[in-house]
Each structure stands twice: as structure tokens, then as C-alpha cells.
Design a protein around this ligand. Structure first.
Ligand code: ADP
Length: 258
């Protein structure tokens, strides 16, 4: 449609802009980190050293994020593999906790033995990071962020008008923050749409999540209520091993294939 064409065009422009910026940032951060290291080696006062350590940690994290951004902007880095969503969350939980910050509690509600999803791990991690950063921003007075995984089977109900019937895996990021009115929900995934003050928001986070889900043949759902909180729901198709695939609900028996 016209809308998704415009969205794709905007994302293309964003990709080029991001690649350029991330590249420059990476160079700057390398210079910062290099000088820090020299300073640290020469400082006697433990108090000052501790401050430099904090700067170092922040610089390392910024460098890590820029590399991720660079990988995202260069679509060549796309490398879908079968991934267990619960494992992916667990493997990434340290950075998510750092992002959530000290005033916010991160709670995990992860199902075991989910079907795998065919996704690019870096994109999945970026999507999670963005959702968690938004949840944190929505709770300036603190609260709880829940990351939950589950499975979902669709067969001809309302949702499957946009998604084919079949098995799906769901990744939710829920918060107890300020929420959004319907007019904001409707535009939240648009590139450059932000309600955050200048310098704080780019309006690219949910656009990135949306792009990730489109590329993975999934769907993004946003449920929100002002004053109660928000749920970001990422629905991803289950990637069945050949031995698990059923045809029209009927298991194909090897004998019939011969
Ligand atoms: P940014 O975070 O840079 O503003 P996003 O695309 O991630 O860009 O989000 C767009 C807008 O959607 C935000 O500015 C905010 O108004 C709204 N939003 C996103 N996530 C949440 C959330 N968890 N709670 C409340 N509002 C949200």
C-alpha cells in the first residue's frame, strides 16, 4: 500500500543516515576510549580512577550500541538462524538490566521448550533493547518491566486475517508506565515519530522493531492504556524442523511419500 511504501522509503533513508552516523561515532568512541586508558594508567587518586572507570563503562556500552546500529543499517548483516526466544532473552539479560536502570525491576516470564524462530539475533536484540528502553522511559518513578515468551496457534480467527494460520511464538515487553492514547499508538511505529523532548527521542525505536518483524514475517502489536501501561507484542512464526511439519493437520507418513 501507499503507506507501507512510504514507510519503506523512510527506512531506507534512515538506514543510510544511521550507517554514516554510527561510523563516525565509532571513530569518536575509539578516540575517547584510547585516551581514557592512558589517563587511567597515570592516575594515583582512587576517587578519580573510579570516575574514569564509570566513563569507560559508558564508552564501551556506547561503542557496543554503535556497532549494533551499524550492523542494523547495513542490511547485509542480516543472518536469520533458528533461535529459541527464551534462550535469546536470557543470553541478553545483562544488557537489558543495564538499560532498565536501577529504579526499574526487570521480571522474566519465559516458557521452556518453545518452537524455534528464524530470526537475526542482532535485530532481535536491538528490538528488545528498544522496547525495554521505551518501557523504562515510560516509568520515571520506577516500576516493573516484564519480558514474557509464549506460544500461539492461529486458525482463522481475527488475527490471522493478517497472519497465516499456524504456530507462532510471542515475545512481550510489558510495563506499568504512563501508557499512550490511541492517537499515539496509531503512529508509534512510524519512523521519526516521537513524543519525547528534543535530544531524548529519535522516533526510530519502534520503527526498527516493526521493520524487524516485517522482515521476519511476523507482526507487531501495541496495546496501551493511559495511566496503566503498555504491552509491546512481537509475534513471530514458529520455525518447525522438517520432521515436525504437518500438512493440513495430517502427519505425512513416510510410506505415503514413496
Ligand atoms: P523514541 O523512543 O525515540 O521516541 P520510538 O519509535 O521507540 O521512538 O517510540 C515512539 C513513541 O512511542 C515514543 O516517543 C512514545 O511516545 C511512544 N512509546 C513507545 N513505547 C512506549 C511505552 N512503552 N510507553 C509509553 N509510550 C511509548
Amino acid at each position: 500500500s501507499e503507506d507501507s511504501f512510504r514507510q519503506a522509503q523512510k527506512m531506507e533513508a534512515v538506514g543510510q543516515l544511521t550507517a554514516g552516523l554510527a561510523h563516525d561515532f565509532n571513530n569518536l568512541l575509539t578516540a575517547i576510549a584510547g585516551n581514557l586508558e592512558r589517563l587511567q594508567a597515570r592516575l594515583e587518586q582512587p576517587d578519580l580512577r573510579r570516575r574514569l572507570d564509570v566513563i569507560q563503562i559508558a564508552a564501551d556500552r556506547a561503542a557496543h550500541l554503535t556497532r549494533q546500529l551499524l550492523a542494523f543499517a547495513r542490511k547485509t548483516a542480516l543472518d536469520p538462524k533458528p533461535i529459541d526466544l527464551s534462550d535469546a532473552v536470557l543470553g541478553f539479560v545483562d544488557l537489558l538490566e543495564t538499560t532498565a536502570g536501577s529504579g526499574v525491576e526487570l521480571r522474566l516470564d519465559l516458557r521452556r521448550r518453545l518452537p524455534a524462530c528464524l530470526v537475526d539475533r542482532t535485530h532481535l536484540e536491538s528490538a528488545l533493547l528498544n522496547a525495554v528502553a521505551n518501557a523504562r522511559d515510560a516509568m520515571p518513578k520506577g516500576g516493573e518491566i516484564t519480558i514474557a515468551t509464549s506460544r500461539l496457534h492461529l486458525n482463522g480467527d481475527a488475527l490471522s486475517r493478517e497472519l497465516p494460520s499456524g504456530d507462532y511464538v510471542v515475545l512481550e515487553v510489558r510495563d506499568e508506565g504512563e501508557g499512550m492514547p490511541p492517537s499515539v499508538v496509531a503512529r508509534a511505529a512510524e519512523p521519526f515519530f516521537t513524543t519525547k523532548s528534543q535530544g531524548k527521542g529519535t522516533g526510530l525505536g519502534l520503527a526498527m522493531v516493526h521493520g524487524f518483524l516485517q522482515q521476519s514475517r511476523g507482526r507487531l502489536e501495541i496495546e496501551s492504556e493511559v495511566g496503566r501501561g503498555t504491552t509491546i507484542r512481537m509475534i513471530l512464526p514458529a520455525h518447525m524442523a522438517a520432521s515436525e511439519v504437518e500438512t493440513r493437520g495430517e502427519l505425512v507418513e513416510p510410506a505415503k511419500l514413496a
